[in-house]
Ligand binder design. Structure first.
Ligand SMILES: [Zn+2]
Length: 146
C-alpha cells in the first residue's frame, strides 16, 4: 500500500464518515431520525452491537431493530492528545468513551458537554445526535440529566 492511498486522510480533510452497509443501514437511518436503535436477533432475542450479519448466540441471519433507551454509563474513556489522523488533529485533545448501554452492549463514542476533568467511570450518560452531513448523523453522549 502506498502512502497516497485514497483511504488515508490528509491534512485539511474532513473526518471520515461511516458508510452504511446492509447490516447496519437500519442503525444509521435511525440515527438520522435522532433515534438510537439496536439490532436484535429475531430468533433468540439476543441484542447485538455493532450490527452484524449473524447472531453470535444462535447464528440466525434474521434480525429486527428496536429503539434503545439511549442511556448508559461511562465504562472507560481516554483523552486523545495525538498524534492522530490528520482529520482529527484540529479537535485534539478530545475524549473517546466506551459507553455500556442499559441494554447491555458497549458503544464507542464521544462525550459532549463535559470537560475532560469531569469525565468519570460510571457516570450516567444519555445519547444526543450530531448531524454531520446531509446524510450522516453521529450518536454522541452527554452527562445524563437527572
Ligand atoms: Zn439469536
Amino acid at each position: 500500500m502506498s502512502d497516497d492511498s485514497p483511504s488515508r486522510p490528509s491534512a485539511g480533510t474532513t473526518i471520515p464518515l461511516p458508510v452504511p452497509t446492509p447490516d447496519n443501514a437500519g442503525f444509521w437511518e435511525a440515527c438520522r431520525h435522532h433515534e438510537l436503535r439496536l439490532q436484535y436477533c429475531a430468533r433468540c432475542g439476543a441484542v447485538r452491537h455493532p450490527p452484524r450479519p449473524t447472531c453470535p448466540q444462535c447464528v440466525s441471519f434474521d434480525f429486527e431493530w428496536r429503539r434503545a433507551s439511549g442511556r448508559g454509563i461511562v465504562y472507560t474513556f481516554t483523552i486523545v492528545h495525538g498524534p492522530t489522523l490528520a482529520a482529527f488533529q484540529a479537535s485534539a485533545p478530545y475524549n473517546v468513551v466506551v459507553i455500556q448501554l442499559v441494554e447491555g452492549p458497549f458503544f464507542v463514542s464521544n462525550l459532549v458537554g463535559c470537560s475532560a476533568d469531569r469525565i468519570t467511570v460510571g457516570m450516567p450518560v444519555e445519547v444526543v445526535f450530531e448531524d454531520v452531513s446531509d446524510t450522516v448523523t453521529l450518536p454522541k453522549f452527554r452527562p445524563a440529566v437527572a
